[in-house]
Write a protein that binds this ligand. Structure first.
Ligand code: HEC
Ligand code: HEC
Length: 474
């Protein structure tokens, strides 16, 4: 009986899924509109990563360019205002661009998300390197899900004069070499983290759960929030037992409401976390988070009760992130890239890195009520299902967030990935930047990604190179 109902349910899901898919493909023609490139020629539909939000700038500001519809008049001015708040280093003193600290991890959003991308992860191995601070966020808590009283949500490895940083993070890698069947070598480096220079007596390893994360590229943030939730639910229903793939929605509770998690490496946030970014990463307080970083710590003098960033400024940053364009695909007619796309399907990458999704007809409205209808009714190519998948213990961090377990991660969106090297000067991938190039990123796929990894492993060199060429065209 139970199995009868189960199979009926499965059928119903199937009908719902395909009914929905058909509905969407019927709409596809209607929503596609002619988009002209800056040189006046008509864009090829394959180039349009994000419908009318597709941009054609492929330089170091490829991720940091507004969509066409936000690039003039008052809308452009507001984009620039948000961008300014995003880029400008905060000062300790209160006032415009003030409020840094007393404890912090970075002094501007752009320090970690340089040019709206993924800054190179640098550590204090030599007394500070790169732009002077680490771009990793190290989440920490006790084994029973509490914050450590003398610490907070993340390890603050920076402090203003008169305060001590909470501690410093050190990483060392152990490296192992492997070989493809044709003899080509690749190597994988496993990170090992250690916190040192604790400002209190060190927290014993058995009392510390930690997850170290690298910043995410800001590609298609507005469109991500506009994705039709019915489509994500349908993708969750679509399981592939023959390949061991079964994605899950990470249901999160934010502002007291249960919602589909979309952002963050574990899809553990439903919005763009602008207020949290200002508070938790930089120590800048707002009316949503009025308590200074380090509140409750012995070293917090409680001498600065002021609100350090206005709701208007926060909304401008949120607006900036929503109006960023998505770079068009490049080299879509290159035979190697086309072969690579076939290899991508052959290796079942597309079962998680979903090539095509659609946004809700109405688009989104920002918290302050600003409607952004341009984000609505678009056919987009984010190469993710926004679901979390079990990627095996080797990628796991033993750090669950809502229903994403330690081994589960959100399928990384691949749109724009081919430009990370131009924008940020490196090809470090995965949640903790352990992979140094595309091949390493693929060869780390375990768990539900294992079948893909095996298929890739058994490809010829020509096929592997083609697949990477395809990724570089995204
Ligand atoms: C110290 C480095 C650092 C600073 C400073 C920082 N971020 Fe981040 N950001 C990260 C990391 C690391 C992640 C991934 C975290 C995770 O998985 O939870 C992230 C994730 C995000 C995401 C989610 C993106 C996605 O694709 O899901 C957004 C949006 C974001 N940051 C915006 C901001 C804004 C706005 C600011 C400034 C107020 C900011 N960040 C400051 C490191 C930083
Ligand atoms: C079972 C689902 C699944 C399959 C199948 C899959 N991936 Fe992934 N992929 C993920 C997840 C989840 C992540 C994020 C893992 C992490 O951050 O540790 C990811 C990360 C990546 C990244 C790193 C992106 C970044 O910005 O850091 C690349 C590149 C990638 N995948 C390519 C591929 C390719 C190519 C294939 C096919 C050979 C493939 N993936 C198959 C789920 C999948």
């Amino acid at each position: 009986m139970a199995s009868y109902y189960y199979s009926k349910l499965q059928q119903l899901n199937h009908v719902l899924f395909w009914g929905f898919a058909l509905l969407i493909s019927a709409c596809e023609k209607e929503t596609h509109q002619d988009i002209y490139k800056p040189d006046g020629t008509l864009a090829d539909i394959k180039e349009l990563s994000a419908g009318q939000s597709t941009t054609f700038t492929f330089t170091s500001v490829a991720f940091d360019t507004p969509a066409d519809w936000a690039s003039e008049g008052p809308m452009y001015q507001r984009f620039l205002d948000g961008d300014g708040l995003y880029d400008t280093p905060r000062q300790y003193a209160n006032g415009p661009y003030g409020g840094l600290g007393p404890l912090y991890v970075g002094f501007s959003c752009a320090g970690c998300h340089n040019n709206a991308g993924r800054s190179k992860s640098t550590l204090f191995t030599h007394g500070g390197s790169g732009n002077g601070h680490s771009v990793f966020l190290s989440f920490m808590r006790t084994p029973n899900d509490q914050y450590h009283r003398q610490y907070g949500r993340v390890l603050h490895d920076q402090a203003v004069f008169g305060y001590k940083p909470e501690g410093r993070l050190r990483v060392h890698y152990t490296e192992k070499e492997y070989e493809f069947p044709d003899g080509e070598k690749y190597s994988l480096q496993t990170p090992h983290y250690e916190v040192y220079d604790w400002y209190t007596p060190p927290i014993a390893a058995e009392n510390l759960e930690m997850s170290v994360r690298t910043p995410l590229r800001h590609v298609g943030m507005g469109l991500m929030l506009a994705v039709d939730p019915r489509e994500i639910k349908a993708l969750e229903q679509q399981q592939y037992p023959e390949y061991g793939i079964s994605g899950e929605i990470n249901w999160v509770v934010e502002r007291g409401v249960k919602q589909i998690g979309l952002s963050g490496h574990k899809a553990h946030h439903a919005d763009l976390t602008v207020e949290l970014g200002f508070l938790s990463d930089m120590g800048v307080t707002s009316t949503r988070y009025p308590e200074e970083i380090g509140y409750g710590q012995e070293q917090n003098k409680g001498d600065d009760p002021s609100i350090e960033i206005s709701l208007k400024d926060l909304a401008d940053v949120d607006y900036y992130l929503h109006t960023l364009g998505v770079p068009a695909r490049r080299n879509v007619d290159d035979p190697q890239v086309q072969m690579g796309e076939k290899m991508f399907m052959q290796a079942k990458c597309h079962l998680c890195h979903t090539p095509t999704l659609h946004t809700r007809p109405e688009g989104v409205s920002l918290i302050d009520g600003t409607p952004l209808p341009w984000l609505g009714g678009q056919t987009i190519h984010p190469y993710t299902d926004y679901l979390v998948h079990d990627m095996g213990p080797e990628l796991g961090d033993n750090f669950s967030q809502f229903n994403a377990s330690g081994d589960e991660w959100r399928t990384a969106p691949l749109w724009g990935i081919g430009l990370q090297e131009v924008v940020n000067g490196h090809t470090d991938f995965l949640h903790d930047a352990r992979a140094r190039n595309y091949v390493e990123a693929i060869m780390w796929h375990g768990g539900e990604g294992d079948v893909s990894r095996q298929i890739f492993y058994n490809m010829t060199k020509e096929e592997r190179d083609a697949l990477v060429a395809f990724l570089r065209s995204l």
